[in-house]
Design a protein around this ligand. Sequence first.
Ligand code: KIV
Ligand code: ZN
Length: 506
Amino acid sequence: MKKQDRVLIFDTTLRDGEQAPGASMNDREKLEIAFALERLGVDIIEAGFPVISPGDFASVVAVAKNIKKSIVCGLARSIKKDIEAAHAALKAAKCGRIHVFLATSKIHLDFKFRKSQDEILAMAVDSVKLARGLMGDIEFSPEDASRTEREFLYRVLESVIKAGATTVNIPDTVGYSIPEVYGQLIADIKNNVPNINKAVISVHCHDDLGLSVANSLAAVKNGARQVECTVNGIGERAGNASMEEIVMALKTRADYFGVTTGINTKEILRVSRMVSKATGFLVPPNKAIVGHNAFRHESGIHQDGVLKERTTYEIMSPDDVGFVGTSLILGKHSGRHAFKERLKVLGIELKENELDKAFERFKAVADKKKQVFDEDLLAIVDDEAQTADQVWSLERLVYQSGTAVEPSVELTLKSKGKTFVKKATGDGPVDACYKAIEMITGIKGALLDYSIQSVTRGEDAIGEATVKVEIEGVSYIALGASTDIVEASAKAYVNAVNKAIGKRTR
Ligand code: KIV
Ligand code: ZN
């Protein structure tokens, strides 16, 4: 049997993904995501664009220092200072890569650069030579490749490979291509760039027409051996190709594609949740692979089919991507050991003191809820993680609200062993809570976004509130979970305040 080719997975959640409006992540979140991507088995992590800001530089340094198995990549324009900054940020990396890009399409040359093709070609070659002098692993991207004049694209690719590029990426920067055309582009590159076998062909597709995954897969079918993608498909504008969809399509239809990846698919759901929490971008319930409903069967005919033979209506198994089921697993009589063991099954290992706190929360939830599901446990652990280094914590909350009364709240916060109580009124009980929190902490914030989602089904389900709050010019995304949605909302806001204090302190 022919050995299957390996397709490299290049994850750019921390770079292109973070370019999604409103998706900025803090250093701790980025490092946690990098660890999760490494555990997932991605081949290359694009950690950021070091020259852009001292913050971006520092986060690439942190990822480079800590990640040992994946290649860590930094982005650079075809400019000396960008390439030197990327090199400096990647110094500590076990395996580093500089990713140099330069637009090559006529529209970019005419309007963005006002330069000729020959000038652009010289810039591309010089920058790749400079980068290659600093590092052995160099990727070059002719930005807007899918709209670049063919003969010029071939010339650029041949020249940058000669100059030392080890990977050539073919970005569909504006998501304009369609699968047949994009697949053919990759085939044509293979046939028309004489030294193409000296480099890996990579693809990077945007989702403006909802075709990024289809385009990437067509490219693989035609010989691309690296796919650039992001967790949950986040990225500029409509986003990038979704990592989980690419990986599961290649795995599920290995019969068609005949390739493998190095991804441990069981880690997919965990990293998807992590990115959703860090960015505040909720995953739609019908999202392929990681959506809440992706493996749920509602119709009686389907349920009957699945019970008789799972494959009648399921092409993948939910546990292949990390779903661990929603069966009733623990109740108020369950002990600490059972709780710890169940968390282990869910891939969570806590330190003893964290376990104590999470167990206490579990008992409180189990007292209120008849049934405690895996999703509830994950929400409890996430909620506890949010409050790990908190300055303020919610101690008590009493509110009144209704059709004929002014919403009001009496809220108690705790800080350094002392309690502080305030009463407030507002447009609703949540607004009243936020006013009371502001009065107590003295920290003024503007609520930019708010959402509430139930973690499981049923009237007694845990609600998870996500808030995006601007404090002192910086926006913070924070979560709070409780069976009471006003309490969940108040906790989320307190967590945002704690994040702002943490940033101030740092
Ligand atoms: O979309 C794009 O062209 C990019 C490049 C920097 C690869 O993100
Ligand atoms: Zn992009």
